[in-house]
Write a protein that binds this ligand. Structure first.
Ligand code: ZN
Ligand code: ZN
Ligand code: FE
Length: 753
């Protein structure tokens, strides 16, 4: 052994298994002339390299910098060990035993290499809808257990042919240990069938081409994707889109679109550079962006919406289908309104039988139903509205380690659950509305699945304070665990602080539909001062009655009645009903007080005549924002009432009165809506600045579902930044209730730590 010979031992944690990391290490070591080995263990990857001192240093420098695209290095610990004189470099077999917490990667869009093979007539995988490699393909959606190896995936049923097996075992090959590796000889197959299961394509015909032909002719086709079924039809086909809406019983919610390529996406929506990057991201989310004037889509795709949701093909099947049709397709979730999406072939054929004319299916099973993620750019930052396929189950970090394993059960609508161990947090896929039986089951199954995947044995469970949330009930039924109740809006604020690595203190403006308040009333327009552990209510929106409780969510005109007090009925509202609701407002019968900001937007939308009833929560606010003229700078009054102490009150009564007067005078809706948005933004910024000054902090969090309103968000954030304050926004988790579980974890970790 020469004196300049050195040996280093390196432990790498993060997403490093099943992403081509070991072959990468092998190549790098070979390039630098190093000896040693690499292997997977239960924590990630272990490497030892030996050789010239300088080469070993170079190796350690380059290791994190040139890692394969899907790898995510969370921790790299290197130390020197005595040289052994070992010659050659080898990839050793997986070391078993211990607890499995090596990371399962999220699903990833087809990579450029695989796409080239897919479209190359000379390649053995030409037009094979399941081509993949270690740099792309299904991961989380096919995993049944750990370690992440083929027998623990839904690919277990397929035995690799000699050619695939050779690739799989060759460290120099792009498919080395690519668990879903397959080819037309040995892998899954696609088929086009009718609802009854009978084949719908000629024997020997390409099922994708046959599906494309049907789509072009105006058919509705259920297409099996990575995490579930989509319902597809031509986006420019008025009759097909209207038919899909009618059959799905989906009245107004916009349909997502899949464009064949970036150029086609640009014709649909106005995309910033950041928006295009999101569109091309390997997570391939649905990107919401302003609709381009004259976008070639049917009217029923996204009625009254200023944005379109667009994505690019992410599975080889999508690539073929879009190439064969050459058209933009509606690709909406495969469900009947409000149900979870179908992901099992038989279940899909049963549930979607009245909706789809044909089913483009395949025999690779989906283990975990995973919806498309939804994202947009707001105030120059990424805003994740739904964090699911392509992101889950990547770990997020917590700023504190309480030394205990944690579970958080989240909210009730847009539910996600989350688990934590040390400083790692795993937020589950979008579960949805727990009040649906099937969804509730996928909630409990999902928690069990994640517990096994990441070896988490919860010792404490964090939950919402709402006693009727099914997620709360689930938490309280668990035996032998400590419970931590977390106030809803505090969880929103904590989630945002924690994802930015902060513990507080900070001021938070948390605006949403409703959440159970610390005092048992319905909150939703809150200014909080606090940190991860706790908070004080530093301000609130002036509370009004919510006439008839939940009914007021479906009928925004009720909120108009509550905000206007004893006023004559709005046009478009039955005077008799208005009189009854006025009575509820006066007496307070079945009408809890609420400080909800979401309900204020509902009231104003109703007064403006934008919408008096809704088919989904938040619709009135979405349409009010769409109606507002962003060029308008004027604002109605919205006083911040300061009694010299907290809580401050944002008294929007005069604002609502001004809106009603303007509407009476015949002022354009575009101006009224804009001046209302500006009023809320100005008052919120003023109140936050006041609290920040009194409490001597400089950080403001803006979160809650109402801040999915881009106009409100960007105006408020700009005013705060102009006042010299730092604004934190949710970027890696949704501002809506999808972010609650992670916030609950952060609070529990801080309190127990
Ligand atoms: Zn690939
Ligand atoms: Zn094969
Ligand atoms: Fe909320």
């Amino acid at each position: 052994m020469s004196a300049t010979r050195a040996r280093a031992s390196v432990q790498v944690q993060g997403v490093v298994q099943g992403v081509g990391f070991r072959p990468y290490v092998h190549r790098l070591a070979a390039e630098l002339g190093l000896d040693g080995f690499v292997l997977n263990d239960e924590h990630g990857v272990v490497i030892e390299v030996e050789g010239d001192t300088e080469a070993v240093e170079r190796f350690l420098e380059r290791l994190p910098l040139e890692a394969p695209p899907l790898a995510r290095l969370e921790r790299v610990v290197a130390g020197s060990v005595p040289a052994t004189g070992e010659a050659g470099f080898e990839i050793r077999v997986t070391r078993g035993g211990g607890e499995p917490d090596a990371r399962v990667a999220p699903d990833a869009a087809t990579c450029a290499d695989c796409l080239a093979e897919l479209l190359d007539p000379a390649d053995r995988r030409f037009r094979y809808p399941f081509v993949n490699c270690t740099n792309c393909g299904p991961r989380f959606t096919i995993v049944r257990g750990v370690p992440y190896d083929r027998p623990n995936t839904t690919m277990a049923a397929f035995e690799m042919c000699a050619a695939c097996s050779a690739e799989y075992h060759d460290p120099a090959n792009r498919r080395f240990h690519a668990q879903p590796n397959a080819c037309p000889e040995c892998g899954p197959r696609a088929a086009l069938v009718f609802a009854g299961g009978d084949p719908a394509a000629e024997p020997g015909a390409d099922p994708v081409t046959a599906a494309a032909r049907a789509l072009l002719a105006g058919a509705i086709v259920a297409v099996k994707g990575l995490g579930g079924f989509h319902l597809a039809c031509r986006a420019d086909h008025e009759r097909a889109v209207a038919e899909l809406r009618a059959r799905k019983h989906r009245e107004d919610k916009p349909f997502a679109l899949m464009a064949p390529d970036l150029a086609a996406a640009r014709e649909l929506a106005v995309l910033s550079d950041a928006g295009e990057r999101l569109l091309l991201d390997s997570a391939r989310p649905i990107v919401l962006a302003p609709r381009r004037a004259g976008a070639p889509v049917a009217g029923a795709v996204a009625p009254r919406s200023a944005e379109l949701g667009v994505m690019l093909p992410y599975s080889p099947l999508h690539h073929l289908l879009l190439a064969d049709t050459g058209a933009v397709l509606v690709m909406t979730s495969g469900n009947v309104s409000d149900e979870p999406i179908a992901y099992d072939d038989e279940d899909a054929r049963e549930r979607l039988t009245e909706i789809a004319d044909l089913f483009l299916v395949h025999d690779r099973e989906i283990e975990t139903r995973t919806d498309d993620s939804v994202v947009r750019v707001a105030h120059g930052r990424t805003q994740l509205l739904r964090r699911s396929r392509g992101h889950v189950p990547a770990a997020l970090e917590l700023p504190v380690d309480c030394g205990r394993h944690l579970l958080a059960t989240g909210a009730e609508l847009k539910n996600t659950f989350a688990l934590a161990k040390g400083r790692d947090a795993w937020v589950g896929h979008h579960v949805g509305d727990l009040r649906n039986y099937e969804t509730l089951r996928s909630f409990t199954d999902g928690i069990d699945h994640f517990r096994r995947l990441f070896a988490v044995e919860p010792e404490a469970v964090a939950h919402d304070l709402h006693p009727e949330y099914l997620s709360t009930k689930h938490a309280l039924e668990l035996e032998g665990v400590e419970t931590v109740g977390v106030q809803h809006h505090h969880a929103h604020m904590a989630a945002c602080l924690a994802e930015h690595g902060r513990t507080g203190p900070a001021v938070g403006a948390i605006f949403d539909g409703t959440g159970f308040g610390a005092d048992g009333t319905v909150w939703g327009g809150e200014l909080l001062f606090g940190d991860l552990r706790g908070f004080e209510r530093a301000g609130l929106l002036h509370p009004v009655r919510m006439p008839g409780g939940e009914a007021a969510i479906r009928e925004p005109w009720r909120m108009a009645c509550a905000w206007l007090g004893q006023a004559p009925p709005l046009p478009r509202v039955d005077p008799g009903s208005w009189a009854k609701v006025s009575e509820l407002v006066r007496t307070g019968v079945a009408s809890p007080l609420t400080s909800s900001a979401g309900r204020l937007f509902d009231a104003v939308a109703a007064i403006c005549g934008v919408r008096t009833t809704v088919s989904y929560e938040g619709q009135a606010a979405v349409e009010l924002e769409a109606a507002a003229d962003p060029a308008e700078g004027g604002a109605y009054p919205l006083p911040v009432v300061d009694h010299g102490g907290e809580p401050l009150v944002l008294d929007a009564r005069s604002t609502v009165a001004a809106v009603a007067a303007a509407v009476d005078e015949g002022t354009e809706t575009a101006l009224v809506a804009a001046r209302f948005h500006n009023a809320v933004a100005a008052a919120t910024a003023r109140a936050c600045a006041l609290v920040a000054e009194r409490r001597a902090v400089e950080t403001v969090v803006l979160s809650g579902g109402v801040f999915q309103n881009r106009l409100l968000l960007s105006r408020t954030a700009a005013l705060l930044e102009a006042a010299g304050l730092e604004v934190l926004l949710p970027e890696r988790l949704p501002p809506n209730d999808g972010g609650i579980s992670y916030g609950q974890l952060a609070v529990a970790a801080a309190r127990l730590g």
